[in-house]
Every structure is written in C-alpha cells, then in structure tokens.
Design a protein around this ligand. Sequence first.
Ligand code: PLP
Length: 404
Amino acid sequence: MQVIQSSKLANVCYDIRGPILDEAMRLEEQGHRILKLNTGNPAPFGFEAPPEILQDILRNLANAHGYGDSKGLLAARRAVVMHYEDLGFEDLTVDDVYIGNGVSELIQMAMQALLDDGDEVLVPAPDYPLWTASVSLSGGTAVHYRCDEQADWYPDLADIEAKITDRTRGIVIINPNNPTGAVYDDELLRGLTEIARRNNLIIYSDEIYDKILYDDVTHTPTALLAPDLLCFTFNGLSKAYRVAGFRSGWMTVSGPRDHARSYIEGLNVLATMRLCANMPAQHAIAAALGGRQSIKDLVLPGGRLLEQRDVAWKLLNDIPGVSCVKPKGALYAFPKLDPKVYRVKDDAQLVLDLLKQEHIYVVQGTGFNWPDPDHFRLVTLPRAEDLAEAVTRIGHFLDGYSQP
Ligand code: PLP
C-alpha cells in the first residue's frame, strides 16, 4: 500500500536544504570536495562560538537537564526584555517573550496559532522560504508582495496595498533581508507600518540579522515605529552570535495585546505542547545579549564578513550578464542573470548543473519564492580567497550557459 504525504504539504518547500542536497552528498561520498554556499551556517566556515557563551552553557549544564518553563527560562526572557528596553521598547514584560528552538520553531507556532484555512498573510518575494512554508502548513495562503530590485530590493508598497483582501491577517517583514541583503530605512518601515495600521494587520518582523550591517547602515526594530500595533519580533543566537546549532531564538509580542488575548492563549498552548525549548542553550541568551562578544568586529572595516561581502559582490558584478545589488546586511548575495545573456528556464537545473560541473552548491532564486528563474543565492560566509575562487568558477560555468 502506498503511503501518501498529507495534502497540507502541497505548498511546503525548503529548497535551501532541498533535493539538490542529496546530489551534493552523493558527490561528497564519491570523494569530491563540495563548496556548500547554500546555508547561512557560520560554524563550518571557521566562525567560532564566542567563549562567554560556551562558558555560560557549560557552567549551567549540570542543572539544565530538566524540563523548564514552556515560554522559556526566566533569566533568558528577562535578558531579552532588558535588551529591547535598551533599544527603546517601553512596556515589554517577561510574559511577552517566548524562547524557542531557533526562530524557526517560533515562526511556525505564530502561524499555527493564527491561521484558519484560507486566511492570507503577506510575505515578501523573494523571502526566507520558511515563512511561506509555515503559512501554508498552517492552512493559510502566502500572498507574495514584490520587492523591487531596481530600488535596492525595497518592498513595493503599492503592490502590498493591491494585494490586501478581507482575508489578510498579517504582514511579514524580513529586515535585514534574506536573501537580498536589503536593510530598510525608517521611511520605508513607516510606510509598511502605516499599511498595517490602516488595514488591521498583525506585523511579523524577522530581525535575525539586525546586527549584521555593513557600510554604516543602521537597523530600526519595526515595533519601535508602531507601538500602537500588534507586532511580533523575532531574533536569536544563530547568526549574530554564530551558534546556529544550539537552536536558540526568541519572539516578543508588543503593542495592544489585550485585543489578542485569544491568539496569545493559543500561542501559550502551542508552547506547552513542545514542553520547553532546549534548556542548555537558553543559558547562553543572557550571556549573548549582555556581553561584548558582538559581531561588530566582523562587520566593521577590516572585518572578515565585510571583506567577504565586498569580494563576492564585486566579482559577481564582473561576470558578464550578472548583476548584484550590494547587500547592506545579512550573509548573502542574490545576483540576477540577465535573460538576454543566459537562457534559463529551470533555475533548479542551473544550480544542479553548477554543482555537478564545479562542485559549488548555491540555491536557485525560485527556492525563495521569486517568480522568475533568473536569480540564485550564495552565502558570503567563506573566507575571501575561497569566495573569490568560487565566484570565478561560477563565472566560468556561466560562460555560454544556455538551457535547451
Ligand atoms: N529567519 C531568517 C530570515 C533566516 O535567514 C533564518 C535562518 O537562516 C531563520 C529565521 C531561522 O533561524 P533559526 O536558526 O533561529 O531557526
């Protein structure tokens, strides 16, 4: 008897670790060295965990083997509240903070507790695809609003307005953005929050790259500009603190929570159903937010991440028919292939061909819910010399590339 997967999975995909990964692993088993530029995972590229974080986990390990509070360790939630108070949030309490096994788990909880079948959520295109997948898995419909490559990948406000219906429940903002590297200024954020205000939308602001900023840009938490709106803010330790494998993130709820009591009760039920988040990793949160082990040294002039961003961006733009908007934040570049130069009908095939020929693994743009097969994403985590070699090889591969 055939066992068929649930129809709930119909629109659920996560191409960052998608089917092409199987081919990459097969090639590795044959002894090939594959340069994996597919996931934003700092550890394999020589980024060490900050010692303070390790110390706090180790010191608490002997007492961290029991279940804990479903919403999270009190000390960790208090550290999150203090962190946001420092940023200007005014009335956050520990009850408004949820700790999760990474932001990923909290995104799924937030969507599951909200959506009924047919409800809509506005999600950027391109997006970090977990958002679209989580909306779909929760019975909702992700309605993609277009980010404009010609305008530094800023969201197109008119497109957002045009896509609002009486089923629209919320809007997802990813800032700094994965995959484009865009960082939104306050004017744009005000435009987005104004749309949410006018249309009664809940704001979901994914700010996991808020400290990974280049070229003097600054980051404003969306919730700070909209204290009168229900806003969920997501962040965690995976990127700025380079400990993605510890699976530790948080979500805060700000704005008029009284109107959302039922939704929050639903969230609390979901938090209890997963019992609690990984306890040892929660001990790292206060150390991370209170300490000096920030990512600044890596993103300021002379910093490794900045140099790598520069190398990738410049060399990508040197390839004929390739253009890349300069990423202002995060860990990625999202270059465009000029359709007049490269005939690409299937960008997953392009990525597979690149993997087989050059042993370089990037992710196709359609994997980020970008509608056209004319982009791919690579991570800017490898050392500058490795990135330079990778991008040069991508250039060789693309030379004359055309699909039948
Ligand atoms: N949000 C964005 C925009 C991401 O890029 C990622 C991971 O790449 C996540 C959330 C998931 O992070 P976590 O490791 O906290 O689950």
